[in-house]
Design a protein around this ligand. Structure first.
Ligand code: GCW
Length: 681
């Protein structure tokens, strides 16, 4: 086994520079903890293990300030009780905020609550791992987003929907796992990057997991929730909308039926007996054949509110997913447009949801493609709480075989200006809750971890897990900064390693896009499992998502003038920008317009030549990634080195298949040759 693989970015490598060791040892030998709580115990445990491993001294834990100096862990309250004066008014912190401050020969880790102290402890360790000498610390941190959630798509049989890193760490053989140690380590990783909520089962809820909300499983759900709680993480469950029928033995799940309302109240009461701080339900309803309120002629608001009412007295919330669309579109029907669906379904319901309901909206209107427009629903419902949904698991972005560092993609989404309240109404301001008066807001994402030793299949995919947490804590961090932090914590500070891996990560999204789907068209993958090229895969599937390629051109006409009218779902001036061929950005051209192969891009190239160029170049770039990685041999432990190399080689096979099939397909459709005469089959 490889400890390095398992530890991810919490390596706590031995520090070798003697001056630094001496300096750090004098600062970190005592841990003085002024309150008592499970979270502070977690913080002390983490600091103790980490310091021991990095400095080879075991720090002493004290519970009072006295002669000894060291790291002082305290909440705002105990700071006051102990009359400690810092030059910062801690009462100004938000609930999860913290301060790290050097004062009175101590390092103070002060949180508004114990959760903040725990975050501060992880932050301090991040600094030590980065070989910071810890002098004159003066750090104030508060998360920009309130809800910072991870959604597991884990099934109780142990499989994971869209999981590329082994089996579930939560479930096996239709039971909750007894390996709670691994869940604790997951909680440490999540907490170290500030994630504060987790839903543990797949949003597609069939059969057995329907019963997670009953006494049959609640005692074990409790054990899991207890672990997460001590790391500041709230537990949620995905529910089956047909539960009143399937476990309540009612003949209906109609949200307006009194017996259904009673059912959900009873369920909620039961859950809170076991998990007093239970977060609430996440719901995929009337989506991809899952049950929902439509069966009873009720709308989503009626559907969600019955659950919200049941959870309300306990402080729970309902996270209702907006991934609702007609998944059986007929290719002859040019008016139905999946991209329109979330907005068409939900926008008219603005203001009808109770205030403990949040709508969860995927970043794009289709489905986590390598590039798509930002969902126009985000920011379009001023009177309804929203959270943004990302996908850390690389369903359409290489499945953790291919390298694709997603932080730059997520940043583009956060920085997108919706113009919902005039210029500057970016997505990040909306999720931060500073545009509309939301009672809840934030970000959720589908997890990329499983029980593989390195958690994420491809070791480099750990950067997406890490990056997701760091970025939603503060969307203003740059993709470079986050990459750097992650690399140093994960592989150490060797400049060659840092430089190489950083370059690899930062180029990887563009590379992946180059050899797969260009100009925002998306899809062209094998149906069902979604890996590898199949240009017409979804063109001839009942789950059609079309590119409409013919001998003249391709793309989806989503304009108001001649297409589906989707562009109109954006605020001005975005609607006009996308509507017009002149102003529509190239990288989304085929998402919005149907154009001839000879259409000239802003780069001066034709669409078809762009296709050929990017596909040839993409393969060369993957070869470049392999060359770069090989040069790191000996600088990275053997197991992680081999793991990444093996994945890169698979990526190269994939990239070549994409290049060859894609190019031959479009050469044969268009009859237009490659200017550079490269080999097209
Ligand atoms: O992208 C699609 C996936 C499904 C997933 C669905 C969803 C959980 O292919 O596997 O189901 O999205 O988000 O609900």
């Amino acid at each position: 086994t490889s400890e390095e693989s398992y530890a991810c970015w919490l390596q706590y490598r031995k520090i070798t520079d003697p001056t630094l060791v001496e300096k750090l040892t004098s600062s970190l030998s005592n841990l003085i903890v002024l309150d008592q709580s499970e979270r502070l115990t977690a913080a002390i445990d983490e600091l103790t293990t980490a310091i021991q491993s990095m400095l080879e001294v075991k720090p002493v834990t004290l519970t009072e300030l006295g002669e000894e100096n060291g790291v002082v862990l305290a909440t705002e309250e105990s700071l006051k009780l102990n009359n400690i004066e810092l030059e910062y008014d801690v009462s100004e912190l938000t609930v999860e905020g913290y301060v790290i401050k050097s004062a009175h020969n101590n390092i103070y880790l002060i949180g508004k609550t114990d959760k903040g102290v725990l975050y501060a402890a992880f932050h301090l360790l991040r600094l030590v791992q980065g070989n910071e000498p810890l002098t004159n610390l003066n750090i104030i941190e508060q998360p920009k987003n309130r809800l910072r959630m991870i959604n597991q798509w884990d099934n109780m049989d142990g499989s994971i929907e869209r999981g590329y890193a082994g089996k579930s760490i939560f479930f096996e053989e239709n039971k909750i796992t007894s390996n709670l140690a691994r869940i604790k380590d997951y909680a440490r990783l999540l907490s170290s990057v500030g994630i504060n909520s987790v839903s543990i089962n797949n949003v597609n809820v069939f059969e057995v997991p329907t019963r997670l909300i009953t006494e049959e499983f609640l005692p074990e759900v409790k054990n899991v929730a207890d672990i997460f709680r001590s790391y500041g993480i709230t537990t949620f469950l995905s529910i089956n909308y047909a539960s009143p029928i399937q476990i309540g033995h009612l003949h209906t799940a109609d949200p307006l039926a009194p017996e259904v309302q009673e059912f959900w109240k009873d369920v909620a009461n039961e859950i809170y007996k076991y998990v007093p701080d239970f977060g609430g339900f996440i719901v995929k309803a009337d989506s991809e054949h899952r049950p929902g309120p439509f069966t009873y002629d009720r709308d989503h608001a009626e559907g969600a509110n019955v659950l919200a009412k049941a959870l309300k007295p306990h402080g729970g919330i309902v996270i209702w997913r907006c991934f609702v669309y007609n998944c059986l579109q007929d290719w002859r029907d040019r008016t139905t447009d999946r991209a329109r669906a979330a907005y068409d379904n939900f926008k008219p319901l603005d203001g009808k949801f109770l205030d403990n309901v949040i709508l969860q909206v995927k970043n794009g209107p289709m489905d986590f493609q390598v590039r798509e427009a930002v969902s126009p629903l985000l920011g379009a419902m001023p009177n309804t709480n929203q959270v943004l949904e990302f996908q850390v698991t690389q369903e359409y972005t290489g499945q953790q075989k291919d390298l694709c560092y997603l932080v730059p993609l997520w940043k583009e989404v956060f920085d997108f200006d919706t113009h919902a309240r005039g210029e500057g109404t970016t997505i990040k301001k909306i999720t931060e809750g500073s545009v509309f008066d939301y009672s809840h807001s934030g970000v959720a994402a589908v997890s990329n971890i499983g029980n593989d030793e390195n958690w994420t299949g491809n070791t480099l995919a750990q950067a997406n897990f890490y990056g997701y947490g760091r970025l939603i804590w503060n969307p203003d961090l740059s993709a470079e900064e986050i990459a750097l932090e992650w690399i140093e914590a994960t592989f150490g500070n060797d400049p060659k390693v840092v430089e190489t891996v950083s370059k690899m990560l930062l180029q990887s999204w563009e590379i992946y896009e180059n050899y797969t789907t260009p100009l925002g068209i998306g899809w062209m993958v094998n149906p069902n499992h979604h890996y590898g090229v199949n240009v017409d895969g979804y063109e001839y599937s009942v789950w059609g998502t079309y590119h409409f390629a013919d001998l003249n051109g391709l793309g989806v006409d989503r304009t108001v003038a001649t297409g589906t009218g989707y562009t109109n779902q954006y605020f001005s001036p975005n609607s006009e920008m996308y509507e017009s061929l002149e102003t529509c950005p190239d990288d989304l051209l085929l998402f919005f317009h149907h154009v001839p192969y000879t259409h000239q891009l802003k780069t001066g190239k034709t669409v078809i030549q762009h296709f050929y160029n990017t596909h040839f170049e993409g393969v060369e770039q993957v070869e470049g990634l392999i060359e770069s990685w090989i040069k790191l041999e000996g600088k990275i432990d053997k197991i992680r080195f081999a793991n990444v190399l093996e994945r890169l080689q698979l990526q190269l096979i994939n990239a070549k298949e994409w290049r060859d099939q894609f190019n031959t397909y479009f050469f044969r459709k268009s009859g237009i040759a490659d200017e550079k005469n490269r080999k097209i089959y």
